[in-house]
Design a protein around this ligand. Structure first.
Ligand code: PBG
Length: 328
């Protein structure tokens, strides 16, 4: 199988041939678009580090969602910015909170839109951590109870998928039980299973107003140095009842995406996070890279690595490129 008999370039000779044997394609069906819902009315706050992304009150969210839906994007992931925060994040299970209100409005208007809700305390706690604090420590087991309540309130509002992103041990099992005990045994869980303590979340924390007020998240999110640990986390979440798992961030963890897919063969989402988005936007604004090409290459590589669903702030742009025939 050597030159000159084998010439891989023969397969690259024409557009038609290249397309015919193309292995990977990012489709509209694969996209989940994250949106930030803030309390109040007629609010549309630009997120300075994420051009094109806004904190939206429910009325404004509905305006933007109408466009997202008309572009054919099948799913949204919602994050909430509540009117008040306290030490245990109690606004997170307020039935009139921004996420709960948004879910009701969205499902009412677009019953087929797949609404995913992020379940985590960090946007709702005054200290910005993803769990209850005692003596400067993030407590695990007392946090589970609160995550269960928040999940239930999202389910009651009409969410389609519950997505816990806190990285507490045992939370998937606890949430599964809370849902099952309350008649939501058909509610799927998308677990943020392999979530790394990442510098790429920086812009998100501006968008969600969720930066930790002291310390960092390294006692619950994973170290970028580890790969086997991700496999163990995924195994635990699947055992506890997760229906889908997630690797996050995406681009710096393509190896993890690939390992998870090969080992478990389970439904897998990857989160192309805020920092990954902002880097591309910043470079494109300066004319240093071609945004469309780079977004296409990025998302294609995440899918090629093994991800099924792609959570990305680029979803509306991708949908427009697909609509206009500018996507391979
Ligand atoms: C909440 C959460 C975070 C992200 C999603 N859910 C931030 C964090 O853990 O600090 C990050 C998403 C992004 O950067 O786009 N726990």
């Amino acid at each position: 199988m050597a030159y000159p008999v084998t010439r891989p370039r023969r397969m690259r000779g024409s557009e038609t041939l290249r397309k015919m044997f193309s292995e990977t394609r990012v489709r509209l069906d694969n996209l989940i678009y994250p949106m930030f819902v803030i309390h109040g009315r007629e609010t549309r706050n630009p997120v300075s580090s994420m051009p094109g992304v806004y904190q939206l009150s429910v009325d404004q969210l509905m305006v933007d969602a109408a466009e997202v839906v008309s572009l054919g994007i099948p799913s949204l992931l919602l994050f909430g910015i509540p009117a008040y925060k306290d030490s245990c994040g109690s606004s997170g299970w307020d039935q009139d909170g921004p996420v709960q209100t948004a879910v009701k409005a969205l499902k009412d208007r677009w019953p087929h839109l797949l609404v995913v809700t992020d379940v985590c305390l960090c946007e709702y706690t005054d200290h910005g951590h993803c769990g209850v604090i005692k003596d400067g420590q993030v407590l695990n087991d007392p946090t589970l109870e609160l995550l269960g309540r928040m999940s239930l309130s999202h389910a009651e509002a009409g969410a389609d998928i519950i997505a816990p992103s806190d990285m507490m041990d045992g939370r998937v099992g606890h949430i599964r039980k809370a849902l099952d005990d309350n008649g939501f045994e058909r509610m799927p869980i998308l677990a943020y299973s392999a979530k790394y303590a990442s510098g790429f979340y920086g812009p998100f924390r501006e968008a969600a107003e969720s930066a930790p007020q002291f310390g960092d998240r390294r006692s619950y999110q994973m170290s970028p140095t580890n790969s086997d640990e991700a496999i163990r986390e995924v195994a635990l979440d699947l055992e506890e009842g997760a229906d889908m798992v997630m690797v996050k961030p995406a681009l710096p963890y393509l190896d993890i995406i690939r390992r998870v897919k090969e080992i478990f063969g389970c439904p897998l989402a990857a989160y192309n996070v805020s920092g990954e988005y902002s880097m591309v936007k910043a470079a494109a604004e300066r004319g240093w890279i071609d945004e469309k090409r780079v977004v296409w290459e990025t998302l294609t590589s995440i899918k090629r690595a093994g991800a099924d669903a792609l959570i990305t702030y680029f979803a509306p742009e991708v949908a427009r490129w697909i609509r206009d025939g500018e996507w391979e």
